[in-house]
Design a protein around this ligand. Structure first.
Ligand SMILES: Nc1nc2c(c(=O)[nH]1)N[C@@H](CN(C=O)c1ccc(C(=O)N[C@@H](CCC(=O)O)C(=O)O)cc1)CN2
Length: 289
């Protein structure tokens, strides 16, 4: 048996189209155009691509896009000054600082400086706290996208056993909170977890977010389980000098055991930007609704 392929690319396209329709209705009702400001510090090649794609998709959804590119040598004070001005800019409803930041900048201090009402990444401690306590905040885009794919695949998640591999503030922890909110029984596994394969084997839902290429193997997976691969790892390809993209899941072998699995690319990745557009609209609606 081969697992169902969860097509995040096509789901994300549908979500972007729904957001664009709602943006048009919001603009007609309020006269306000939702605006997203994206800040990139430095020249990381992957980040440049993500920021360009965010700008393009923001415009395609009918929203205003403001790109702020800063040199890698930008000081933390300069970055904080830009965030302070975006916080008070009425044309900006969402602010996103592209990660990773250069090493000399304190990431936590920067994320804490963003107005929580404009924190469309959902990384501010206020939004993290609201998620943990069942409140209405902005939810991190990648876990939100994973949840949408899971509900589309499985319907009601209540009572299912979920194992999230990875405990980052950006994916692992919020993912676990979202699954808990859907009444799953949730385990967060990590690098110190003892006998990780046997922990993962309990799961009806596996979310892999560890950043280790093809770490999750077929014999870790309960037959029929749903596997969501958040990993995006560039590894050497067979052809010399070329690279290819793989996830944290050994896709070929796992898809012979799982019930459904997200591919890399074309699974979770496209959901991240689609959910960012949704969060920007949500932030604008909260201000002008
Ligand atoms: N402030 C943030 N920084 C970062 C985030 C984030 O959510 N907020 N996430 C990642 C990067 N990222 C968006 O910023 C992102 C990563 C991957 C994709 C995507 O669509 N991937 C494609 C493959 C792309 C390729 O070929 O390289 C896929 O998986 O199909 C979108 C957005 C880190 N930083």
């Amino acid at each position: 048996m081969s697992a169902r392929v969860i097509d995040g690319k096509s789901f994300a396209a549908g979500l972007r189209a729904r957001v664009a329709t709602e943006v048009a209705a919001f603009k007609a009702a309020t006269g306000v155009t939702p605006g997203l400001a994206v800040v990139l510090v430095g020249e990381d090649p992957a980040s440049q691509v993500y920021v360009r794609n965010k700008g393009r998709e923001t415009l395609a959804a009918g929203m205003a896009s403001f790109e702020h590119r800063m040199a890698a040598t930008t000081s933390q004070e300069q970055l904080l000054a830009l965030i302070a001005s975006l916080n008070t800019d009425d044309t900006v409803h969402g602010i996103l600082v592209q990660l990773p930041l250069p090493k000399h900048i304190d990431e936590a201090a920067v994320l804490a400086a963003i107005d929580p009402a404009k924190d469309v990444d959902g990384f501010h401690v206020v939004n993290a706290g609201l998620l943990a306590t069942g409140g209405q905040g902005l939810v991190p885009c990648t876990p939100l996208g994973c949840l949408m794919l899971l509900e589309d695949t499985l319907g009601d998640l209540s009572g299912l056993e979920a194992v999230v591999i990875g405990r980052s503030n950006i994916v692992g922890k919020p993912m676990a909170q979202l699954l808990l909110g859907k009444s799953c029984t949730v385990t967060i596994a990590h690098s110190r977890t003892r006998d990780l394969p046997s922990v993962v084997r309990r799961a009806d839902i596996v979310v892999a977010a560890v950043g280790r290429p093809e770490m999750v193997k077929a014999d870790w997976i309960k037959p029929g389980a749903t596997v969501i691969d958040v990993g995006i790892n560039r590894v050497p390809a067979d052809e010399p000098g070329k690279t290819r993209l793989v996830g944290d899941v050994a896709y070929g072998e796992v898809s012979r055991v799982a019930g459904a699995v997200t591919p890399v690319p074309g699974g979770v990745g496209p959901m991240t930007i689609a959910c960012l557009l949704l969060n920007t609209l949500t932030a604008a609606q909260a201000r002008h609704g």
